[in-house]
Write a protein that binds this ligand. Sequence first.
Ligand SMILES: C[S@@+](CC[C@H](N)C(=O)[O-])C[C@H]1O[C@@H](n2cnc3c(N)ncnc32)[C@H](O)[C@@H]1O
Length: 269
Amino acid sequence: MSGFSADWLALREPHYARARNPAVLNAVIASLKAYRSIRIVDLACGTGSTLRALSSRLAAQQNWCLADNDLGLLARASAMSLPASVTVTTVPLDLNRDLEAVLDGPVDLIATSALLDLVSQPWLERLAVEIAARSIPLYAALSYDGRIELSPTDPLDAAIIAAVNAHQRTDKGFGPALGPTAAAAAITRFETLGYSVVHGKSDWVIGPQDREFQMEILGGWASAARDIGDLPLADTIKWLTRRRDAVAAGRSSIRVGHVDVFAAPMGTR
Ligand SMILES: C[S@@+](CC[C@H](N)C(=O)[O-])C[C@H]1O[C@@H](n2cnc3c(N)ncnc32)[C@H](O)[C@@H]1O
């Protein structure tokens, strides 16, 4: 178990799918257009949301290597029904310990979504060095970037958002997490390595009708604020109550900032 339940990932997926930045996605697709057959490694695949978002848009015969350390999520990913042009191999592994194990052999694209904000600067550096050494492009979608907009506003929003962003920087199994700085760090690092980088916003835009998703997000943020402990617990609970009342009344909207990145080695693709 990773702490990312299949139910939570399923609740997020339509928002993720809508949020993916089209210019970045199109750059990924264009880079693979000339291939008849490709192998894609999806790091921290969860139940396979990147495969669902990308595979139907690629003309090539595809082999996806889906890597995650959560066996339950991998089992769901491998149970997905797929077109004949797509084959899947699931690889249970701890990416913090064994990243290199999925990079060997022919790989045409490393894909990942909602992973980079969980990893540390040293792990990002390791990923960058390892894939640059192999001249592999990287499509890293949906990294949280620290922006949260809530409507209607509440006097405690700023304090809760600060706590959420502090929580995002805590260790998620890879050392102190990059959290909101992940996408910017990746862009800078891959540019330094001579990659051509396309990036763009991929914000979740969550409307008043998405009550269940909003309730889950707000509960998660309140828990993060409790864990950080900068706010009195009673204030966090009052904030959550006011927010949930607004959701129940159909008056609440939330935008959560994310960034998509496609980094390709220059001159080789
Ligand atoms: C936020 S979820 C994203 C899942 C999927 N990419 C998506 O967009 O729906 C993060 C994923 O990272 C995986 N994960 C976390 N730490 C990991 C580790 N050390 N090794 C492998 N996978 C890990 C979790 O199991 C989970 O599937």
